[in-house]
Ligand binder design. Structure first.
Ligand code: ARG
Ligand code: ZN
Length: 879
């Protein structure tokens, strides 16, 4: 728990550091209860802020949960009156402009359940320092604009044969008492958040990569012995990412060694520490038998993401944490493009847009709404958000769209060259993009400072006499907490026009069939000439801006776009709109107490999609997936959870029954039983096959359940096995479901990752994931409340992915979540603050639910002293 509970930090208060640290030499004498940390720093007054003949200001060192043993300056023990321990750190009075400071502290990794700083995971030491974890290791100016050359010496008993840190290993010896002593040096200056240390009894796989300039880089992936067979996919992904960054961005790796370590206890996905990336094992380890296609693709993306940070994050880093999106938004954009190049571009885009629409838009509309570059925070860990990451990536994507591929590359080249070795701001990024291209992004900058999701309303007009077609677009952004008045944004709207045969129309005299409209005003009209008949517009192609688009498409027009749009993303989007329209209509019927009518147009549309064998099967699978309950909830105020659940089930079952023969035909055709590969085409086929299987089982025919049972028992790969099991659990007779679940557990209980899948299958099940079952899972021997992956699988699986059970009318789901959040806050504040998210949306629900959710939130608030993480989220949500 931190002492800084209610303190708000503002971007406008930023001040450059008083002192710089040229060198940082750390020595760790590892012990679970009493690790001794000796830090020797070469400190000097920051010339950028020094004035002539000044009295030197005190040196502030951040520190939290540390036991201070001694402080010396230039080799002399500092008397106690020269320093003062305060909440959050140490203030030292300074009498010279440059000096060597030595600080000794003692820490207890064993007792560290926050998974920030130095901690133990399955007996192995590891670190997580971003954003402010280094201050839990030693007293230090723990801010990203203080960059230093680090050397790290680790001393540990021989039972920890692998001792790792950043950079190159420069020394390794055995001490007189038989312990190991290893020293690492990182030649690149870095902020403390990129520091890492690992110590354990680990195995590794090794490979190498030859860079574009011909250097050989050693690649090592470390893991516990039992997982050594699960490293191949991550290693292959790493090599692809290294090559891609050379080819697409001209970025070469800079050290002679690149290491990845897998750890089981980790708050996030992974961390880009210089030369020593540390990964949540779920985001790096995979084998066909144990990991699903989704996991394979996630691993490829995250390995690339962390690798790309070596340039966008490490070589060029952030000045302060308000600039987090500088590295995260840019790096997410980079990894998304990488994944698009490695797999199906359209499908990757669809997945990212679904995440934005369901979760980022909800964040924008909720109490924690903030701009891509926040103005203030209480706890920076709470700002590792979908807004900073995903919307931040959309902002970079829009720059790419506005400038074009080549100009964007000129901008990124200039950015890396100009700021190499520096800690900079989002503004510096935009300026580099402008300077390299003499572009004007003045108005565009508002995307960084203005929160909320813009709404675009589009109308059109056609004059047959003049052959003139015009699109009028109005934009407005709803108010968000602390920001009532919004200014018009510079929005790239990519469009095309279709004639009545579905062919693209030339948009101007150059004959181009697609263009980017620059919407800069609150209302603007764009005119096209020489249009022979009324066209159908295809708007916001590829989701060219993170906005809500409204245009009054009829069902027939949507079906037409589904068939003819040359933009595959928009074909999918037309299908989604058709589904959304149908589900909204059903909701009206439900709320009016009327009988629900079969969604005929949607069924027709789906039938056409299923019949089109020329479409990428992965795209078909996406088109046939109904919008999630979360996404439906996002559509409206006054959310009626029961209505959403009822109409989704109704529509799904109606589609399943009406198209059963088609689903079966495609299932059969795709059930090819090839040996597993994670290649995009194979993943595509499995995704459509399993979509068909789910609909078949929903249709309720006993033969379909037999198909699922056969697929489950064949157990050829985890994608097919888990999909079959999910269908059996959801649609099969209850007793049998129990047996299948039990059989699955018996087979896989040794594999912690598969057990997480098994937990998630149950907690997220509309039918099986009852509160009672979730509570039972929490006392299962494989559950570990100190392991975030387990908590996410069971508790978040229920609260965030099980709309049906979580929103049960008696409010028991909300109360359960409140209990878990209160308990977890004592162990791991970051996880507690994330888990509370569903409760923060109380204002969006109708009165009954709203009152229940708010009461649960209030109970958390009243439960005692909260961590700063949880306090910030809860107080802002109640306020
Ligand atoms: N920089 C890491 C990543 O790419 C995330 C670190 C998150 N740390 C935290 N305390 N929230 O993407
Ligand atoms: Zn990142």
């Amino acid at each position: 728990m931190k002492d800084s509970q209610a303190r708000t930090i503002y971007l406008k208060d930023y001040q450059a550091p008083d002192y710089l640290v040229d060198r940082t030499d750390l020595t760790f004498d590892l012990d679970p209860h009493a690790t001794l940390v000796t830090s020797r720093l070469k400190v000097r007054r920051n010339p950028a802020v020094a004035r002539a003949e000044e009295t030197l200001p005190p040196l502030w060192l951040d520190g939290s949960d540390l036991e201070l043993l001694s402080v010396s300056v230039d080799g002399e023990l500092l008397p106690a009156q020269r320093y003062q321990e305060k909440p959050g750190g140490l203030a030292l009075s300074v009498d010279r402009a440059a000096f060597e400071l030595e600080v000794q502290t003692r820490i207890a990794p064993e007792a560290n359940t926050s998974l920030e700083g130095l901690y133990l995971s399955n007996g192995m030491y590891c670190t997580q320092c971003e954003a402010e974890g280094f201050r839990k290791i030693t007293f230090y100016p723990d801010r990203p604009d203080v960059m230093s050359i680090f050397t790290t010496t680790i001393v540990a008993p021989a039972t920890y044969p692998v001792l790792l840190s950043n950079g190159n290993r420069i020394d390794s010896t055995t001490t007189e008492d038989g312990r190991l002593r290893v020293t690492w040096e990182d030649p690149f200056a870095k902020p403390s958040y990129l520091f890492a240390l690992v110590a354990g009894d680990l195995q590794h796989v090794e490979d190498h990569f030859t860079t574009c300039s011909g250097r050989t880089v050693k690649l090592q992936l470390f893991t516990e012995a039992r997982n050594i067979g699960k490293c191949a996919h991550a290693m292959a992904s790493l090599k692809h990412a290294m090559r891609w960054d050379e080819e697409v961005y001209g970025r070469e790796y800079d050290l002679d060694i690149f290491m990845i370590v897998a750890v089981d206890h980790f708050n996030m996905g992974a961390m880009e520490n210089k030369g020593l990336n540390i990964f949540n094992s779920a985001c790096v380890l995979a084998s066909p038998e144990t990991a699903t296609d989704a996991a394979f693709q996630r691993i490829e993306a995250i390995v690339a993401h962390e690798y790309f940070h070596n340039w966008s994050g490490n070589r060029v880093t952030c000045r302060d944490w308000f600039q987090l999106s500088l590295k995260e938004g840019f790096t997410v954009f980079r990894d998304a493009e990488f994944s698009a190049d490695m797999n199906s571009r359209a499908v990757k885009r669809i997945e990212d847009v679904i995440l934005l629409r369901t979760s980022q838009f909800a964040e924008d509309a909720g109490p924690m709404s903030h701009p891509v570059r926040p103005d203030s925070y209480m706890e920076i860990s709470n700002f590792y958000t979908l807004t900073v990451y995903e919307k931040g990536a959309e902002v970079v994507r829009m720059i790419h769209t506005l400038l074009g591929e080549e100009a964007f590359r000129r901008g990124s080249d200039l950015y890396f060259e100009r700021h190499d070795g520096c800690a900079v701001t989002c503004e510096d990024f935009v300026v580099a993009m402008e300077d390299a291209n003499s572009a004007d992004l003045k108005q565009f900058r508002r995307w960084y400072s203005q929160a909320g999701t813009p709404v675009l309303e589009v109308t059109d007009a056609y004059s047959e006499a003049n052959g003139e077609y015009s699109l009028t677009i109005r934009q407005h952004t709803p108010a968000t907490p602390g920001q009532n008045d919004k200014l018009p944004l510079h929005i790239p709207v990519k469009i095309g026009l279709l004639d009545e045969s579905g062919s693209p129309l030339p948009l101007d005299t150059s004959g181009r069939e697609e263009m980017v409209l620059h919407l800069t005003e609150a209302e603007q009209t764009f005119t096209f000439n020489g249009i022979a008949s009324r066209p159908l517009p295809s708007l916001l192609r590829g989701f060219s801006a993170p906005v809500k688009l409204r245009y009054g498409y009829s069902s027939a027009q949507l079906q037409f776009l589904m068939r003819h749009d040359s933009d595959p993303f928009n074909r999918w989007d037309a299908c989604q709109r058709l589904a959304l329209d149908s589900l909204c209509k059903l909701q009206q019927q439900y709320r009016a107490g009327a009988a629900l009518e079969s969604p005929g147009t949607l069924i027709e549309g789906f039938a056409a999609v299923l019949d089109d064998v020329t479409l990428d099967p992965a795209l078909v699978a996406k088109m046939l997936s109904l919008p999630s309950a979360q996404e439906l909830a996002e559509q409206e105020g006054d959310i009626d959870a029961a209505a959403i659940i009822a109409v989704r089930v109704f529509a799904r079952d109606a589609i399943a029954k009406a198209l059963e023969a088609r689903f079966l035909a495609r299932y059969r055709a795709l059930d090819r039983r090839k040996p597993y590969t994670p290649a995009a085409e194979d993943i595509a086929e499995r995704s459509l096959k399993n979509t068909c299987l789910t609909y078949l089982c929903a249709a309720g025919n006993a033969d379909s359940l037999t198909l699922a049972k056969t697929q489950f028992e064949r157990g050829e790969n985890m994608t097919d096995t888990a999909a079959a099991l999910a269908a059996l659990v959801e649609f099969g007779p209850e007793e049998q479901s129990e047996n299948f679940l039990e059989a699955f557990y018996q087979q896989w209980q040794q594999d912690t990752q598969v057990v997480e899948t098994w937990f998630g299958l149950q907690s997220g099940s509309a039918k099986f994931g009852t509160l009672e079952r979730v509570q039972k899972l929490m006392s299962h021997p494989a559950f570990d409340v100190k392991n975030p992956n387990k908590v996410r699988a069971v508790v978040a699986g229920f609260a965030m992915r099980n709309f049906t059970q979580f929103h049960r009318e008696d409010g028991s789901g909300y109360n359960f979540l409140a209990d878990q959040v209160i308990a977890l806050d004592k162990l791991n504040p970051q996880i507690a603050a994330r888990l509370v998210t569903p409760l923060t949306r109380w204002r969006k629900y109708r009165a009954e639910e709203s009152g229940q959710i708010r009461a649960a939130l209030q109970r958390i608030s009243d439960s005692g002293k909260l961590s700063s993480d949880l306090y910030e989220v809860v107080s802002k949500s109640l306020g």
